[in-house]
Design a protein around this ligand. Structure first.
Ligand SMILES: N[C@@H](CCC(=O)N[C@@H](CS)C(=O)NCC(=O)O)C(=O)O
Length: 216
């Protein structure tokens, strides 16, 4: 049964792989699944046809036969659950991998998104200069804890899992801020994730859509 995801017609990041279709592409590549991409404009995302699949008018979505999903955590979980690859067989290890998926999305991604909000969406507000250090402090506190837990390990809990896929995807957003590089083991962890052939294919696929076109 064919799989179709949605992605930005033109991602605001110009192809840096930060739009969330990249993590879904990555999971699909890890599972060895072919997929189609339906590109949507910002206005199309708010139209009834897209809202019927994604009530919040966002990307990515995932369609497979009669199934339509939104939320990258749910999509990555569905892919790994049904098509294999990124969740361990052992029941306890599997539960821990799922725990790390939630940790990535619930405990690590929110402060990182706050930085984007403070810098970009609300960067012109009078409180930005005071707010930024608070937001950065919350990120550093969380990364310190994550860094301590990761230690010298390659991945969060044994073999690479869907938990690592989401954690690396979330941390990637921090690279441009310089904060990620303050934690050498986390920077190396993200680089290990990016070095995976499946990530490389996912990144190249989104770049093919979003790379700036040469002038002329
Ligand atoms: N929690 C959602 C977040 C989805 C999300 O924020 N998507 C962004 C692109 S990465 C989007 O569509 N932004 C445009 C908008 O909200 O209008 C998920 O993980 O799927």
């Amino acid at each position: 049964m064919g799989i179709t995801i949605t992605a930005f017609e033109k991602s605001p990041d110009g192809g840096k792989g930060l739009a969330r279709d990249t993590r879904v592409r990555w999971a699909l590549e890890e599972a060895g699944l072919p997929y189609e991409v339906r590109l949507v404009s910002f206005s199309a995302m708010k139209e009834p046809a897209h809202l019927a699949i994604h009530p919040f008018g966002q990307i990515p979505t995932y369609e497979e036969g009669a199934l339509a999903l939104f939320e990258t955590g749910a999509i990555v979980f569905h892919i790994t659950e049904n098509h294999g690859g990124l969740l361990p067989q052992d029941a306890d290890a599997r539960s821990r991998a799922i725990m790390w998926m939630f940790a990535a999305l619930n405990s690590v991604e929110p402060p990182i998104l706050d930085l984007f909000t403070a810098r970009v969406l609300e960067g012109d507000k009078p409180w930005t200069a005071e707010r930024l250090p608070l937001v950065q402090g919350r990120i550093r506190a969380r990364l310190e804890q994550l860094s301590t837990r990761l230690g010298n390990a390659d991945w969060l809990d044994g073999a690479f899992s869907a938990g690592d896929l989401l954690m690396v995807s979330v941390l990637l957003r921090l690279r441009m801020s310089g904060i990620l590089n303050e934690y050498a083991n986390l920077a190396a962890y993200v680089a290990r994730g990016e070095a995976r052939p499946a990530y490389q294919r996912a990144f190249a696929a989104q770049l093919a859509v979003n790379a700036p076109q040469p002038a002329g």
